[in-house]
Design a protein around this ligand. Structure first.
Ligand code: ADP
Ligand code: MG
Length: 630
């Protein structure tokens, strides 16, 4: 009987809904903001459904063909209303949609809630929202007045979220002509949401790109103001988008005020369908070096924002800002799904390759623009050299370095390899804290004298990736502060300085003497072909960390014992030759000299003398000797 269905009816929520609502209302979760996103998302869905239905039944659009969402605030009455002119709901739709839980994602969510762990659960609310019911996080009563497109009835659903809801016919004049009006009667602690600035910011930031225009009515009687135009920039064809539109979008999305250094906009089709709009920022975002190293690529599903914690790019690309809009994922995608979904894994891979590919193109075609990107983000990209084994070669191609030949510019490895000397087998580098000191290092002398380029690495991360024995173009990386220099095969630039390779027997025995004097302090004392100007330097043994890496590991408390360095002595150096020529009656002086040579090498490396007191006594004796002889 029609009169029955026209009467007000009270119905109990399905048990799951009751549990969910209980949780919402008692949620300690601080970020209740998501309610607006959920309501706007539903409104947009309703408009999309109507758009779809109207393809076969255009009369449904009647005289109101343009989709629209309007948000209105009424501070005095503590109300927020979200209204759409979408498909609307019949009475049955309402009992079905707003009294039960149909979606498996939500059901799984509730099951987790039942299992305990409140803090994690309340976070889940904020992350994925739980649709319509999230309205009860801010409202102690929710009214839904809806009129199904093409129907001559309207219905009013109302609930305080405590176990039951009422459903009753609504007078047509008090209902939308088509679509749904959701009225939130705000709890006292949620009244601040009626502030127009707050509402506008929330709507724009969470839903600024839903495919339906949004207007805001700030207070009863005020005129509706457009706050979002309903076009998602990334779904528009590239050719139609002006650079300044990209820039505006980037600024809103990234919260940056500069120009993007690169824009990546594409649509993947085929097995996976998704759009990407991403930017390399023009300057370093403030959170670039945060401990958590989180990425900032947002995940959308069919133009509805889902989460920015989906980690859609590896951490070494965390400077990227942008979004991925998937056509295939369900809207209520859960955290587990995000972690495990093969769909997302495929998106991750595709996106990563695309970003690296675009960077490579830029490096090739616009070297200057690329150099700026490298200056800002190279230090982060280099993390990939030890984290992303699979793409190491690709990343090495992208990498740019300072070197003994780079001047103020940057050097790529392909150029380095092309300029390698005949007989040179490795890519040489020196790691340290600052470039000026590196360039003054005695260890570089033999390389400079032969015109061999040495990369000067000054980021801590450099010691990590170089320690993983990478190769580029079949050439190993080799630290100039470690092991044998392998320089004797490569001719000196200036023949006059050609070393007398055969060290004299005096020098040999002096080296043996120094080794005996220094004892345990060094692992060996060797003649050097690394040195041309200086008398001494220290190098690390062939295996294990080089000098700089050892320093870093030591500082981090990650080395139980420091490997003893090798003291290299320049057998052609005047001072060394003179010392080697001294007779046995100068034993005490030679002993001091051996220690001082070692301390000299330490100081050149930026360290302190091994024993400050003994050092100053030796120095004093040396000065006294100089004075008495002079
Ligand atoms: P979801 O949007 O993921 O389906 P919600 O809890 O947000 O879940 O909404 C539940 C259902 O309520 C929707 O699927 C839809 O059928 C109905 N609904 C909610 N809001 C509206 C609306 N503004 N217009 C039409 N139907 C709506
Ligand atoms: Mg929804």
């Amino acid at each position: 009987m029609t009169t029955d269905t026209k009467a007000t009816e009270t119905k109990a929520f399905e048990a799951d809904v009751s549990r969910l609502l209980h949780m919402m209302v008692h949620s300690v979760y601080s970020d209740k903001d998501v309610f607006l996103r959920e309501l706007i998302s539903n409104a947009a869905d309703a408009c999309e459904k109507l758009r779809f239905e109207a393809v076969s039944r255009p009369e449904l659009l009647a005289d109101d063909p343009k989709p629209r969402i309007s948000i209105s605030a009424d501070a005095d009455n503590k109300q927020i209303t979200v209204e759409d002119n979408g498909i609307g709901m019949s009475r049955d739709d309402m009992t079905e949609a707003l009294g039960t839980i149909a979606r498996s994602g939500t059901r799984a969510f509730i099951e987790r809630v039942g299992a305990g762990n409140a803090s994690e659960d309340t976070q889940l609310i904020g992350q994925f929202g739980v649709g319509f019911y999230s309205a009860f996080m801010v409202a102690d009563r929710v009214d839904v007045i809806s009129r199904l497109a093409g129907s001559d009835e309207a219905w009013r659903w109302s609930s305080d979220g405590k176990g039951s809801y009422e459903i009753a016919p609504a007078p047509l004049e008090a209902a939308p002509k088509r679509g749904t009006r959701v009225v939130l009667h705000l709890m006292d602690d949620a009244v601040s949401y009626t502030g127009s600035y707050r509402l506008e910011q929330l709507a724009k930031s969470q839903s600024g790109h839903v495919p339906v225009p949004i207007t805001l009515i700030e207070k009863p009687g005020a005129e509706a103001r457009d706050i979002a135009d309903g076009t998602a920039l990334w779904v528009r064809p590239k050719s139609e988008i002006k650079p300044e539109e990209y820039t505006d979008f980037y600024r809103g999305l990234a919260g940056q005020y500069d120009e993007p250094a690169a824009t990546i906009h594409f649509r993947a089709e085929g097995r996976q369908e998704y759009s990407v709009l991403a930017f390399v920022p023009g300057s370093r975002p403030f959170d670039l070096f945060d401990q958590d190293r989180n990425g900032r690529i947002k995940l959308y599903v069919r133009r509805v924002f889902i989460t920015d914690e989906a980690e859609l790019l590896p951490r070494y690309l965390r400077f990227m800002r942008g979004l991925v809009d998937s056509a295939d994922l369900p809207l209520n995608v859960s955290r587990e799904m995000i972690q495990e979904s093969p769909l997302l894994a495929a998106i991750r891979k595709g996106l990563t390759n695309r970003v690296l590919g675009d960077l490579a193109k830029l490096a090739e075609n616009e070297a200057e623009a690329y150099a700026k990107i490298w200056e800002n983000f190279g230090v982060v990209l280099k993390e990939g050299l030890y984290e992303d084994h699979e793409r190491r070669e690709q990343l090495l191609k992208l990498a740019r370095f300072r070197s003994t030949a780079s001047g103020e510019g940057w050097r790529g490895l392909a150029d380095y390899v092309a300029a390698m000397k005949e007989g040179q087998k490795a890519i040489f580098f020196m790691a340290g804290d600052d470039r000026a000191r590196l360039e003054a290092s005695p260890q570089l002398e033999g390389f400079k004298a032969r015109g061999i380029e040495v990369l000067l690495l000054t980021d801590p991360v450099d010691s990590f990736w170089t320690s993983m024995a990478p190769e580029f173009d079949g050439k190993p990386f080799k630290s100039v502060t470690q092991g044998v220099a392998e320089l004797s095969d490569i001719p000196l630039l200036d023949d006059a300085r050609k070393p007398d390779t055969a060290a004299t027997p005096e020098v040999d025995s002096f080296l043996a003497f120094v080794k005996a004097v220094l004892g345990d302090a060094v692992s060996d004392v060797k003649p050097s072909d690394r040195l041309t100007e200086s008398a001494v330097c220290l190098v690390a043994p062939e295996h294990g960390p080089d000098r700089q890496f050892e320093r870093l590991l030591n500082a981090a408390g990650r080395l139980d014992k420091t490997a003893k360095p090798i003291l290299e002595i320049n057998p052609r150096h005047e001072r060394v030759l003179a010392l080697a020529g001294l007779g046995d009656d100068e034993q005490a002086f030679k002993d001091d000299a051996a220690h001082l040579l070692y301390d000299e090498a330490r100081v050149l490396d930026g360290d302190k003398p091994a024993d400050a007191r003994a050092f100053s006594e030796r120095l004093a004796r040396l000065i006294a000797r100089g004075i008495s002889k002079g």
